[in-house]
Design a binder for this molecule. Structure first.
Ligand code: BG6
Length: 486
């Protein structure tokens, strides 16, 4: 029976656009994340940020909103303080991303911005000093705005060259400090996040569906080219692909629900089938034909995909949903809530066994090493008068999900890391709120960017430290050797 490996990487994950701030500092260019406003009470669907057209784009770009991601949680200026508290929690890894527009401010620049590279060099060196292994995402929901405006985002094949140049620059520069690379965050979420993931404005393309899949094809090709380059450059580098788990369950055992669920899930496996198995599967070609989608896929590209598959699979897991044939279609956004599950105030259902199921499924299908790249729950935490946060709900969430991961490992799944989203509070991706908090460490900023910026350890901080120190053996709460009196 497999067990958690001795060198297991316990840690957390953040993204540059949600943490760094300093959006114009040291020659950084404007990125898609910089124009996401905070609108009190708005849901992601109200913001239309991920399903963007030119009118909304102009309104957000030139509006007088508050833009939380421009400030983030000041990670750019305060990174040593953040790394210090993570080291105090004994984390072994931090997954973070590089801001593309810090390295190539316009995306199509001839030379990289040395100031941007220097920042990450210092950051990775400092993490190494503190024994924290970096896992680095090259593209996490932000791209230079210029690439949207001048090129139409990833619909344009020129993006392949710009992104590959960026990826090669990172690998060359950081190959000695960074072993694990995730090329693109949650590559399968295009139907939820066409703007953040692909930089597409829907009124600028003739056929939105077709444009998304062609853009995805360009991301596949760019991923394979970067993988090819990385493997030639340094054989110790590990280059992975990433899915947000969106596998569903049938709402009932009615044959039509079961069949729709099967077809839906297969189109979710599509992304990893291409990047891990190395080819477009037959069911995807059939789907494209049935839906009038005609992709431009060259023979040489097929070979490239075949020869440069991903070294590992990174998975983010938060919630699970069901599908019902009478209400849902093949659209990945149409789901029915599972009536057996509770949810947080943002409607994200809580289902630890879903993590067991997806990791076991991916293992059975691919047999490549896997990591849990994100897992966590957002809450509006309450800071007590004496600066404590009693977040037993968060402890319970992680406890149950870690138990689910252990079950998958016991049955054979090769999982080498668990990254909580996020180890300290950062700006929410979907709503740009600060008050949707995920961290084990409370960071004192509010939705409008006010606050002291002080850190306060939540109860979960001490609990997670115990989990790490015991390599996942001790997950009980209250903690066995409780030290949360300080
Ligand atoms: C993941 C993203 O899908 O969900 C993160 O990769 C994001 O960037 C996380 O922060 C949680 O979503 P949200 O909207 O609650 O921040």
């Amino acid at each position: 029976m497999r067990d958690i490996r001795d060198d297991f990487l316990w840690g957390g994950a953040i993204a540059a656009n949600q943490a760094e701030g300093a959006y114009r500092k040291d020659r950084r260019g404007l990125s898609t994340a910089d124009i996401q406003p905070f609108v009190p009470g708005a849901k992601p669907t109200d913001l239309h940020f991920n399903d963007m057209d030119s009118e909304i784009y102009e309104r957000y770009k030139n509006g007088s909103y508050y833009y939380p991601k421009r400030q983030g949680v000041r990670f750019y200026d305060r990174y040593k303080e953040y790394i210090d508290v993570l080291a105090e929690m004994h984390v072994k890894t931090l997954r973070l991303s590089i801001s593309w527009s810090r390295i190539f401010p316009n995306g199509d620049d001839e030379f990289p911005n040395e100031q941007g590279l220097a920042f990450y060099e210092q950051l990775f060196d400092y993490m190494k000093q503190k024994n924290i292994e970096p896992i680095v995402t090259m593209f996490h929901y932000e791209m230079p705005l210029n690439l949207v405006e001048q090129y139409g985002g990833w619909t344009n094949p020129k993006l392949i060259d710009y992104f590959v140049k960026y990826g090669q620059t990172l690998l060359q520069r950081f190959q000695k400090t960074v072993k694990y690379w995730i090329i693109i965050n949650q590559i399968n979420l295009v139907h939820k996040e066409a703007f953040a993931s692909l930089g597409i404005l829907k009124d600028k393309v003739d056929d939105y569906e077709q444009a998304k899949f062609q853009a995805i094809h360009h991301q596949f090709i760019a991923s394979s080219k970067i993988t090819e380059f990385g493997h030639k450059l340094n054989s110790t580098l590990q280059l992975g692909m990433m899915l947000a788990d969106t596998l569903t369950a049938p709402y009932s055992c009615e044959p039509e629900d079961v069949k729709l669920n099967f077809k839906r899930n297969r189109m979710q496996y599509f992304y990893s089938d291409v990047l891990i198995r190395g080819e477009y599967p037959e069911y995807a070609y059939a789907y494209f034909e049935e839906n009038g989608i005609q992709l431009n896929i060259k023979e040489a590209e097929k070979e490239l995909l075949r020869n440069n598959t991903a070294d590992f699979l990174a998975v983010s897991y938060y919630w699970s949903n069901t599908v019902k044939a009478s209400e849902n279609s093949m659209d990945p956004n149409s789901t029915v809530k599972n009536p057996h599950l509770k949810a947080n105030r943002w409607g994200w259902s809580i289902n630890a066994s879903g993590l067991y199921l997806c990791m076991s499924n991916y293992w059975d299908r691919y047999h490549v090493p896997m990591m849990i790249a994100e897992n966590g729950i957002g809450f509006k935490d309450v800071l007590t008068d004496d600066n404590q946060v009693h977040d037993d709900y968060r402890i319970e969430y992680h406890q149950d999900h870690i138990a689910a991961m252990k079950e998958a490992i016991r049955e054979g799944a090769d999982i080498f890391a668990y990254c909580s989203w996020a180890p300290f509070d950062i700006i929410s991706a979907g709503t740009a709120e600060m008050s949707k908090r995920y961290g084990f460490i409370y960071v004192d900023y509010d939705d409008e960017g006010n606050g002291s910026g002080q850190f306060h350890y939540k109860d979960s901080f001490y609990w997670y430290k115990q989990v790490i120190d015991s390599n996942g053996k001790e997950c009980s709460y209250p903690c066995v050797n409780s030290s949360n009196e300080n």
